[in-house]
Write a protein that binds this ligand. Sequence first.
Ligand code: AHR
Length: 601
Amino acid sequence: LTVQADKPLHAVSPMLYGLMTEEINYSYDGGLYAEMVRNRTFEKNWMGIQYWMLDNAGDSHASLKWDDSTGPSEAVGSSVAVTVDAADAAHPAGLRNDGWWGMALQPNTTYTGSFYAKGDSLDTVGVSLVHNGSGKTVASTTVSAINGDWKQYTFTLKTGDVKASKDNHLLLTFPKAGKVSLSLVSLFPPTYKGRANGNRTDLMEMMAGLHPKFLRMPGGNYLEGDQIDQRFDWKTTIGPIADRPTHRGPWSYQSSDGLGLLEFLEWTEDLKIEPVLAVYAGYSLKGDFVHAGPAMQPFVDDALDEIEFVIGDTSTKWGAVRAKLGHPAPFPLHYVEVGNEDDLDHSGSYETRFPQFNTAIKKKYPQLQVIATAHVKRGQPDVIDDHYYKRAEDFYAMVDRYDNMPRTGAKIFVGEWATREGFPTTDMGAALGDAAWMTGMERNSDLIVMSAYAPMLVNVNPGGMQWESNLIGYDAATSYGSPSYYAQSIFAEFLGTDVPTSAITGANKRFFYSVTRDASKLYLKVVNASTEPQALDVKIDGATIAGEATLTTLHANNRADTNTLTDPKHIVPVTSKLRAAAATHRTVPPLTIEVITLPLK
Ligand code: AHR
């Protein structure tokens, strides 16, 4: 391998690696969004009120009735009426919620909760956290003086010196006969950076470990919904949670919308990254679409309002709303995406829908780059979003896909890509496919301005996964990264600012590489996806190696080797120091991804 270090071909896009996820695989509810109560608004389906059950002590007796005649707000217009026929303080009636496959509790920790209630003849509700196996109460409190019309009642639950466990449930108890109506029962652990209505700390830290530069939000199919009225309707996802009606997502479950537009933006702020905002473009997954022209104008206006919510100052209508919700400062925004995978709209309507959005966005916000989700003939997008879900062999065969593409038209955003091998999270074979593909993206990072692996998150409990092959797995308590996670993490961490000229001869067919550099270091990434070792001799011209090299290695003995919840660190990067000569004349083991960092002078 020869590298002409003083001859840069082009700059590396500073936004190359980012994040993409959506409400799939219980990514938000039951995942990143730290709410511990499942179905907090007592939504009902044909089986009844899901995830809540009566848990009466002794001879106490109560019944539940879903009631759509009263609720805490216009948005949440239903509730559950609890009627207790028989109970006393020693044998209360009870209503239990098991959370998202458990409720994770830590010792000596305060959990913050609330519920909305309409008082009737029952004015006291006990709240406790109970260990499933032993039935022991881990923390408890009482909310009393419940009376009058709908009000929010808050409480805290503090655990003592207990063992950390996810095998717990929330129990509401009713110590005497009577009636009370309840809705929006909520409980949060401490969240990332202490945000109210915030995110799980471990998952935010996992994302930070990917060294991302942006978040593509809010989806994916989740942006579009199955039907037009099931789209991500951002205006119904802001403000107090009682003002959010919830909606049906396309991945077969209800979204609480607790993680709404402002929470997405705060998520980017907390990770110090930029949002890449996808706006709904009048097409939903089951094929319904809005015709371009006057019928589309309300959707275009809605997108302009949404952009104003993100970047408008407080003198603007939606900037002022954002300020009122606690965030006066605008968020940084450079890219707006119009729709999602509109090449699946076989009516061809995107050819007219896209230009209508593009023209309106550019007119009001000429500084923004507009991304199209299909290769449109009209409207001149700044960027096109290409998606690739492949097997490793496919990625090996298409690593050079962008090498000879014209550099004169739109830039490329690889807005969803993944090697789909292994489930619920991917294995080492997938990581090798991913790494090979990333070498091609880095080499073409003058054309490819951004890329994002998808989907990122999966709740690994049975029933948690709608999409096989994901990057980060978790249950209620812990999380782990797949080998693909670590491949991406080291690729994004060790990335220079320029791509120097380089060439390779004599390597096996499954050997791939990328070279980038900055002012003081050269980053050489090599991927040996074959089962044979590969000799590597590196000759660097135009720069001198100025000291010890650092070698970061991700390796497994078999392609199927992987990480799991119970063995989360089976395959992780290992770092060592090498003399320069050893770093540039070495044998790369089979099934191995390496980053060799060489200091330059
Ligand atoms: O990432 C999963 C899905 O794949 C996305 O929702 C969609 O955009 C794509 O088809």
